[in-house]
Design a protein. Structure first.
Lengths: 244, 244
């Protein structure tokens, strides 16, 4: 999958924007990071000269922005819907950091909606009910009033960084091991540790948890799985030679 | 080291800002991420009502901002100086991504300056000569005109994420293994692989490089080093038992 293909699947949706300057600043923030699809739900003023001025060269994004009467309509063709918030919510929505949201976007097929709420009040709970995830941008607990276009800037920046890292990984043949390959890897690891007497099969819990946590933290790449499994095999072969 | 201690060592320096609104928006961007020290070198208009309006509640940062006549003076008490740029420079400055710049800030002692240049032209080469590193924010090659306060927002956001991750690591006792401990680890690994016949001591190059690259990529935590060294010892003990 190419870089631009992924950024091209992302649609930024602004719900109920009051200040047209924020629409222009959002377009600029998007374009600097390579995003181009903007949807507006009930903007107070649009099109608008101030929006165009603040877009500062990203007016092509304003020109092809689409306006919707309802939030539901703006989402109809989207497969993954992520709402954003700078504030901590009391209700426990399934929450992602901006970095985690990139992984979700990368692994999804189809159009991805990233939704930003009103300047003063954000998204309503009813609107959040339509989102699969809430992206929570870490902020100063005593001053979390992130400007709307700044929030767009941060999420768009993370999306760009994420797809660039992803591209680099692919370029270097550094794709991560599949879940199936990891299951085989864990089995091979466990057999080997039992073999050398390091893992007690009757009491494996604590050690296995540590090892799972470790390998989940680092996310093995395909060639790394091969090296490790080669080592496991060498340990077991060595053992067999000694026994014969 | 506590979270706020690190953010409190960071000083944002704006050089030659033309639009006072950008000073206010910068103050707001800083405060949302927990930064509070702002320095201004030859601002065109300051103090200014538009700056205060755009600060939107971060006017305490404007009130204690310091103004300097020259860039050199603004840097005098800083130990680490990092300039920023959204454009690719033809001259090859030592360049960091925003994420990499956080590691530099975390590992430095004393005050850290993060420097942002003029709206239209950025920092001059002469100004960049005074910077230890250039932070390059990834952007759309055909539209890299990031708004000044948006650039501040991204770098401030990364600083906050970086210190939060660092705090989490410390809280969970997840400090990384020291260089000394890693050197012992590599020796133990090498001995073990030779022991089981997986590594040929006469031709170790390619495999050792792969393993070093792997363990450098993932940065082992202290308890992880202990688990691995326990496994190495078990493999060697097992071998000895078989030989006796």
């Amino acid at each position: 999958m190419k870089h631009n293909d992924i950024l091209d699947r992302i649609h930024v949706i602004l719900v109920g924007v009051t200040h047209p300057g924020n629409i222009g600043a959002t377009a600029r923030a998007m374009k600097t990071m390579g995003l181009s699809h903007l949807r507006l739900v009930q903007p107070k003023h649009f099109p608008n000269a101030e929006a165009t001025a603040r877009a500062a060269g990203a007016d092509d994004i304003l020109a092809k922005a689409t306006v919707y009467d309802t939030f539901e309509e703006s989402l109809q063709d989207c497969h993954l819907i992520m709402g954003t918030s700078a504030r901590r919510r009391s209700i426990s929505w399934p929450t992602l950091t901006p970095k985690q949201s990139v992984a979700k976007a990368l692994s999804s097929a189809g159009k991805v909606a990233i939704v930003f709420g009103r300047e003063q009040s954000g998204l309503t709970n009813k609107e959040l009910d339509l989102c699969h995830f809430l992206i929570q941008i870490s902020s100063n607990p005593t001053f979390s009033s992130l400007n709307l276009a700044s929030a767009v800037q941060i999420v768009a920046y993370e999306m760009r960084c994420g797809v660039e890292n992803h591209d680099d990984d692919l370029k270097m043949g550094r794709a991560y091991a599949s879940a199936e390959s990891m299951a085989q890897f864990y089995q091979h690891l466990e057999d080997t540790l039992i073999h050398i007497g390091f893992l007690d099969p009757n009491n494996p819990r604590q050690l296995k948890r540590h090892l799972y946590r470790f390998f989940n933290r680092i996310q093995l790449l395909k060639p790394e799985v091969n090296i490790f499994r080669g080592i496991f095999t060498a340990i077991q072969e060595h053992h067999k030679r000694k026994n014969n």
